[in-house]
Ligand binder design. Sequence first.
Ligand SMILES: *Cc1c(COP(=O)(O)O)cnc(C)c1O
Length: 382
Amino acid sequence: MGSTSYIEISSDALTNNIDFLNSILKKGVKISAVLKGNAYGHGTDKILPALEKNGINHFSFYSSSEAKTAFECKHNTTTILIMGFILPNDYKFVIKNKIEFFVYEIDVLYNAINVAKELNTKAIIHIDIETGMNRTGFTLKNLKKAINIINKNIEFLDVKGVTSHLAGAESIANHFRIIKQLSKFIQRVKLLNENNIYPQIKHIACSAAAMNYINSQFDMIRTGILIYGYWPTKETYINYVHKHKIKIDPLHRVMEWKTYVMSIKNVNEGEFVGYGLGYQAQTNIKIMLVPVGYANGYSRSLSNNGHVLVNSMRAQVIGTVNMNIIICDISQIENVKIGDGVVLIGKQGDNEISFASFAEMNNSLNYEILARLPENIKRIVV
Ligand SMILES: *Cc1c(COP(=O)(O)O)cnc(C)c1O
């Protein structure tokens, strides 16, 4: 399918990470695996069945189209939850198939009720509460309206959950805001209960919150990044290893992204490499070309900055990331040959590329690079 690289998914790593998650959970807390963004680039159709084998039976997505992909490859007893947007024409599919979803606006609530009526069934909803992030969720005023509407139409609704999202539990800098959000969440749940609405599942924690704020786990956590073997931030990692006095990362990376050396050249001192004046050779250098670029999910932000592995050594990207190609300096690496394996994310020998080293520059980079990996790259479960 026009792919110039491939992705290996390690089922052992997935098992390891689920075991780790279970070790940080309070007793009885359920895991919802977050598979939005094509399972953070890993491939929903590969990750979902592999996680089912590890006992996970609850999956969260962002949109109805993602939920449809999941519906094709899941077990009958597995639950799908949509945390975000449902296309207007998808409500029927969602409600008919008992796919659960966040209700964050009065409009969404009315859509749910109307379509459930039409199908003579109940829509299974999670009430999304605005607690301080100012993204989705009911403000107090709208929550009161929603409570009235829910109670008048309860024969068409199954209020399964109550939820919110925390605005940055991965950094102590947001501590005060997070604590305020958690207490507002508890107040709003109380308000629901006072109005005879008792959602079974209270959930607010993402990966970072589940680790840094044990009390945020409630009945279920929605965890994404940890499942794939990445820490939300370096800070979360350092907190954990300090507290538990361990030296080895307990998470294993699930993905390895690989390709091959395409071409090799020598460049003389003073010459420019690639487009424009982006990189000038300071000495005589040797370069290799690797057939991935921003159209293949290799972010332009890695221009003059990213690294890949070849012959178990790190080679730096020089010049800008092109649409379908990057250029790497291999002057210090011996015996590189055309056709040799190149690791874009993952391990080779004692070296590893995880992008985590860029996390200081941009917290979202792990998430972003993973989520941008195109769907047409072949994924193989090993
Ligand atoms: C992405 C997302 C999560 C999971 O976040 P991680 O940091 O990957 O654990 C949880 N909840 C919502 C609403 C999300 O959008």
